[in-house]
Design a binder for this molecule. Structure first.
Ligand code: IPD
Ligand code: CA
Ligand code: CA
Length: 288
């Protein structure tokens, strides 16, 4: 297994398109975007109470730093991979700048700031998330948490790392010993999304957590600090990177039925593998 390290950016002409090369470039770009957020959170925290902009409703904020981070990432990706397609949370789909043979098969799903509510409150749990699908298969994932300075990275077939050191999912084999993590969608004022499921796990796991960043939730499962994660109404930009990380760390990722529709159905379960069936069972029962 190749160890993935942060090699820094090679010149665009030197990037040969192997997964580890793509990963190295993505790591450096995520670090650059993280620096934008690290600087931004200080300003945002100092101005708490100032007017924020909102997307779907007043509980769904977006800051200028979400947009700045995305512009930076898209600009950099276009430099290195001009033929890749990029779908960013804030900008929708960007044009494929050049098209060569089958390269539209390469699609980045970018969350330039995952954990915006935390960020807007000056709470340190937020990240940059970049996932690459190749022919629809999650193949490269990078998640950078700029305040904690943790870089999670994985490429299909090459393992998963945190700050360059290999990571592995936990060995916890029973739900009642497990620490689980989840998130709630932005419709929580008008719907009970995930409430029955949360209750189901509160009654079966050792404990459940909600910290406000789906991409980091998944990294913590990959790193063996959490044992399982579930969420619904989630988007490809939230989970594309995390899927690669959990799988490469030896875990399992499926939809609520054990299938592979996470990116289209928006329902996802990621676990250390040992707990997977038990988690699917709780989800099934809580939706009756
Ligand atoms: C949100 C976070 C949160 C999850 C929401 C996401 P955002 O992303 O990942 O943990 O529960 O479903 O939308 O808005 O901070 O990028
Ligand atoms: Ca997100
Ligand atoms: Ca976001």
């Amino acid at each position: 297994m190749t160890n993935i390290t942060d090699k820094g950016l090679a010149a665009a002409s030197e990037v040969d398109g192997s997964l580890t090369d793509i990963l190295s470039v993505a790591i450096t770009i995520a670090r650059g975007a993280g620096a934008i957020l690290r600087e931004g959170v200080v300003t945002i925290a100092a101005n708490r109470g100032a007017a924020l902009q909102f997307k779907t409703s007043e509980i769904d904020p977006v800051t200028e730093y979400d947009v700045r981070s995305e512009k930076y990432i898209v600009g950099e990706l276009n430099k290195y991979f001009p033929e890749h397609r990029i779908v960013g949370e804030e900008g929708g789909a960007y044009e494929v700048v050049k098209s060569r043979t089958s390269t539209a098969a390469y699609q980045w799903h970018i969350d330039p700031l995952d954990g915006t509510v935390n960020f807007a409150h000056g709470f340190s749990i937020f990240c940059v998330s970049m996932g690459l699908l190749i022919d629809g298969v999650p193949s490269v994932g990078v998640v950078y948490s700029p305040i904690i300075d943790e870089m999670f990275a994985a490429a299909r077939g090459h393992g998963a790392t945190r700050n360059g050191a290999p990571i592995r999912v936990s060995p916890i084999a029973t739900l009642k010993r497990s620490l689980l993590i989840t998130g709630f969608p932005y419709d929580s004022h008008t719907s009970d999304s995930n409430v029955p499921e949360f209750l189901g796990f509160q009654r079966t796991a050792q404990a459940t957590r909600r910290i406000g960043s789906a991409a980091l939730d998944m990294c913590y499962v990959a790193a063996g600090q959490m044992d399982g994660y579930w969420e619904s109404k989630i988007k490809p930009h939230d989970i594309a990177a995390g899927i690669v990380l959990i799988r490469e760390a030896g875990g399992a990722v499926t939809d609520y039925e054990g299938g592979d529709t996470m990116l289209t159905s928006g329902r996802i379960v990621g676990s250390n593998g040992l707990l997977h069936n038990a988690m699917l069972d709780v989800l099934k029962k809580s939706q009756l």
